[in-house]
Design a protein around this ligand. Sequence first.
Ligand code: HEC
Length: 187
Amino acid sequence: MKILLIYLSVLVGCLGLAVLASKSFTTTPCWCWSRDQGMVVKPKPHPVSNEYVSYGSYGSESDWSNPERIIPLDYDQAQGKRIFYQQCVWCHADTTPAGPSNRSNVTPAPPLMNDGAVLNGESDASLQKIIALGGSAVGKSAMMPPYGTSLTQDEINDLIAYMRVIAVPEYHRPSGKVNGTWRSKPS
Ligand code: HEC
């Protein structure tokens, strides 16, 4: 009987302490910490990161001349980026987020692939032509190789979509067509 009483009083005491503690926690988190160190749940900071911007899209590229600016890419542009870094980066970039290139050794100097001052003036059709047939076919340097047999038309359109979206100054499409090209997506 005595044991039971002791047991009950310890139980009640514990419960009382727990209630007391929980009450005081809602007012002050802890006796020795300031409020903002304790249990206060603060909203997490939401930095602009690659991951965040690319959410819901297919990837991103940072602006070559301003790495702070992250450009989200759609499907076609992301495909274009992949092909660019496989085929064109060696001649058409100095330093990109992906690394160095050989552009300084090429004569005539190939335009940077984000050089809107040069490329914005070209129509999609003429870009298609020089990429597919090479520089010599359009009266430019044969240092620009033809890709018409190694890349499909869709892949070349993807490259153009990529170069349009990274263009500095920004490229503004003359017509209302999405990406300026009608193309079939892989199913
Ligand atoms: C071996 C180096 C080299 C590679 C690789 C290369 N290019 Fe070129 N590209 C050149 C050179 C050089 C020129 C400049 C030709 C001229 O102005 O006479 C050029 C010009 C161009 C132009 C025309 C720009 C204008 O003046 O209107 C486009 C578009 C282009 N390249 C796209 C590409 C794409 C896309 C790829 C990858 C699939 C690629 N190039 C790969 C060397 C290269």
